[in-house]
Write a protein that binds this ligand. Structure first.
Ligand SMILES: NC(=O)c1ccc[n+]([C@@H]2O[C@H](COP(=O)([O-])OP(=O)(O)OC[C@H]3O[C@@H](n4cnc5c(N)ncnc54)[C@H](OP(=O)(O)O)[C@@H]3O)[C@@H](O)[C@H]2O)c1
Length: 282
């Protein structure tokens, strides 16, 4: 038998075996959904948003809290900002806690989920949002900048998604943040775009692994968004605005609204996808 025939036979055998294996390692019994049944009301549910002391994460945490979710805010160093996000949510009638954890550390990620479970009894929505952007031409990128970015974006998000795969309750949602940079292929963005391309692979594969549990997993790719991460001079921001049909770059709330749309009732059928939330940026 040729190599090609062999790999095709192996692939078919794996595909046939996968659903049973996945059901055994996942929920006790597989759940199917009927059309129009995909409701995930926020009330009584909990969400973990990594990197939610500021920027897109903070806006997402506030939006999910408004939709009724109890929210665990995560940060690396900005304890004051995270505490302010908690205060804002509580002042608006929501429930939130803040928990410091470096997503690059698997034990810290586990402790983050433990803190959420202790406060809210379990998790229904996980947003793997924490990320950093170090950009430089290949010739000038330092080992340290490359390593830290991969630790945070690639390994860190893996740590979060692995814990989410183990602990998200059936019927939940898992979202990881990619970037329009993956498609834009900008000079200086090679390593950053690679770390974000990983999110697209993670989402597509994890969506299949969670078969039978009614958990949708997607990657959301913002375009240029007005946060501290977008550390570029005003002329470049203006240029980016011109590349968007709305004539402006995104605000964190624009992306948060798109994420919330996937999390709430009608989002269930969007699964294993890459969703661009970039206002049409090209
Ligand atoms: N802004 C954009 O134009 C844009 C475009 C495409 C994609 N994205 C993606 O969207 C996500 C959010 O970006 P943003 O613009 O909102 O960034 P941001 O304003 O810089 O906020 C980053 C957040 O991540 C947290 N964080 C960083 N490293 C962490 C770590 N190791 N462990 C835990 N938390 C960590 C930060 O916490 P501290 O405050 O404690 O440092 C902060 O809360 C990122 O994944 C980014 O790649 C952004």
């Amino acid at each position: 038998m040729s190599d090609t025939q062999n790999s095709r036979r192996n692939f078919l055998a794996l595909s046939a075996a996968a659903p049973a294996a996945l059901t055994l390692s996942g929920a006790a019994s597989a759940q199917t959904s009927k059309a129009g049944e995909g409701t995930l009301p926020g009330t009584g549910r909990a969400a973990i948003v990594t990197g939610s002391s500021r920027g897109i994460g903070a806006a997402t945490a506030k939006r999910l809290a408004k939709d009724g979710f109890a929210v665990t805010i995560n940060y690396l160093t900005s304890a004051d900002l995270a505490a302010q996000v908690v205060r804002d949510i509580v002042a608006a009638g929501g429930r939130a806690i803040a928990h410091q954890a470096d997503v690059a550390d698997p034990a810290a990620v586990k402790a983050l989920f433990d803190a959420n479970d202790k406060a809210f009894g379990g998790v229904d929505v996980v947003i793997s949002n924490a990320g950093i952007m170090n950009v430089a031409p290949f010739a000038q990128m330092t080992d340290e900048a490359f390593h830290r970015m991969m630790l945070t974006n690639m390994r860190g998000s893996f740590n979060v998604l692995r814990e989410a795969a183990r602990r998200t309750r059936d019927g939940g949602r898992i979202i990881t943040l990619s970037s329009t940079s993956v498609r834009a292929r900008r000079a200086t963005h090679g390593a950053y775009a690679a770390s974000k391309a990983a999110q697209e692979a993670y989402a597509g594969c994890l969506a299949k692994e969670l078969a039978g549990r009614r958990i949708s997993v997607n990657a959301v790719a913002p375009g240029p968004t007005n946060t501290r991460l977008l550390d570029v001079p005003a002329p470049l921001r203006a240029q980016a605005a011109q590349m968007t049909p709305y004539g402006r770059i995104g605000e964190p709330e624009d992306v948060a609204n798109a994420i919330a749309a996937l999390c709430l009732s009608d989002g269930e059928w969007i699964n294993g996808q890459l969703v661009f939330a970039n206002g049409g940026f090209f």
